[in-house]
Design a protein around this ligand. Structure first.
Ligand code: LMR
Length: 400
């Protein structure tokens, strides 16, 4: 038989690197000593490292000492993980509410978002509305499930303030076949969370128009604390018959590479919730079968042991305080330069990120000429700023 001269992948084109993940590699390859990494959203201590959290280390030690088997975990979750996480998300809800809610373990917040997107697609959802700008990976995660994403600006980058008028008008057009994707506390990339007035307006619209609200929670504990950061989620859970939440343990447990997340669905009845769970498990089975167990086992171990739970809360609270201090530090340093009060808005925002009013070209100059790495949108991870480099950063910003 003659050999074929054409093969499946002959014409496969090479895609550019992911804009956010590619930044880390470019930073590592940069030989300049004075380089600054403000790229991917990972927490850093004041000395610039991302250590394993104390409670995680201890939970791992206990797990290794007691674990007897590596057989598959149940498709919904490793024992205890979803139950404990559910209490962290919804608080101590009455049992009648809890029976209308389900959770399914997922590989990270991205895995949870994708499971949610696939569930929406199975249900024939028409479109997903999201405020612009949003986290860069929201769009591909939704579109990969075949959903149509519409973006409506809610933020003025130049002034660092929210302008939600057009966004709320777009929300008003949504109907029962549509989904509204919102951020939980610590908006990525702006750091600008919804005001309580806007949250009330959206809740009211969701009740009247029947669209599904999907809240992406990836920085729980980094704005104020574990209770306050869930205020909007719990308000929506109490006020809406249906709700979907994706949850990531990457930042608040520092479990990034362990891919530890979950998707929660609230339905009108236990039957609806169980139907949603059956679909989510079925979607996962047809994709990656089941998520990795290690990270979720660590979270379950931490949340069920009083000593570990307390230590985790304490360390998370210190981490959140560190990030808040970086905001104040940046604003003070900017005021020492020609930037003046131009970055004052940063101190009003939450979480790891703020959007600096620079153009794509200025972002390139900052990278090429000053060794400062940030997302093309002008998003900075404040954790990358230190007492030692903040002066260098604001002077470079003033120069461009
Ligand atoms: C980020 O936004 O930098 C993080 O959530 C990491 C990621 O996956 O993009």
């Amino acid at each position: 038989m003659e050999k074929s001269d054409a093969f499946m992948f002959d014409n496969l084109d090479t895609l550019p690197e992911d804009p956010l993940l590619g930044l880390t590699q470019a930073y590592r390859n940069d030989p300049r000593e004075e380089k600054i990494d403000l790229g991917v959203g990972v927490f850093k201590t004041p000395d610039g490292t991302t250590p394993i959290m104390r409670a995680v280390k201890e939970a791992e030690r206990r797990l290794t000492a007691t674990q007897q088997t590596k057989v598959y975990a149940p498709p919904v979750s490793v024992p205890g993980y979803i139950d404990h996480l559910s209490a962290l998300v919804f608080g101590d809800a009455p049992a009648s509410d809890a029976s209308c809610r389900i959770g399914v373990q997922a590989p990270g917040g991205c895995g949870a978002l994708r499971l949610g997107a696939e569930l929406l697609a199975r249900r024939g959802a028409q479109r997903v509305l999201v405020g612009a700008p949003t986290w860069a990976n929201h769009i591909p995660l939704m579109e990969a499930a075949g959903l149509r994403v519409e973006q409506e600006p809610f933020y003025n980058k130049a002034s660092g303030t929210q302008e939600t008028g057009d966004f709320l008008t777009a929300v008003e057009q949504l109907g029962p076949e549509d989904c509204l994707l919102l951020h939980g506390a610590c908006h990525n990339p702006t750091g600008a969370d919804l005001s309580s007035d806007d949250a009330n307006a959206i809740l009211d619209l969701a009740q009247r128009r029947g669209f599904l609200v999907f809240i992406d929670v990836a920085y729980h504990g980094f704005a104020q604390d574990l209770e306050a950061d869930m205020a909007m989620v719990r308000q929506f859970a109490a006020g809406l018959p249906e709700l979907m939440i994706s949850y990531s343990c990457s930042k608040n447990f520092g479990l990034y590479r362990e891919r530890t997340g979950a998707i929660f669905v609230q339905g009108q009845s236990e039957r609806v919730a169980m139907a949603a769970q059956s679909h989510l498990i079925n979607i996962a089975r047809g994709s990656y079968s089941m998520p990795p167990a290690h990270g979720a086992s660590i979270v379950a171990e931490i949340l069920q042991a009083d000593d570990l739970r307390k230590d985790w809360r304490d360390e998370l609270s210190t981490m959140a305080q560190t990030v808040r201090e970086k905001r104040v530090m940046l604003v003070a340093a900017a005021r020492e330069t020609a930037l003046g009060e131009a970055l004052d808005f940063v101190a009003q925002q939450n979480g790891m990120f703020s959007l600096i009013p620079v153009s794509k070209e200025q972002v390139s100059v900052l990278r090429e000429d000053f060794g400062i790495y940030m997302a093309g949108s002008g998003r900075i991870n404040l954790c990358g700023l230190t007492e030692a480099n903040v002066g260098q950063f604001v002077q470079a910003l003033a120069a461009v």
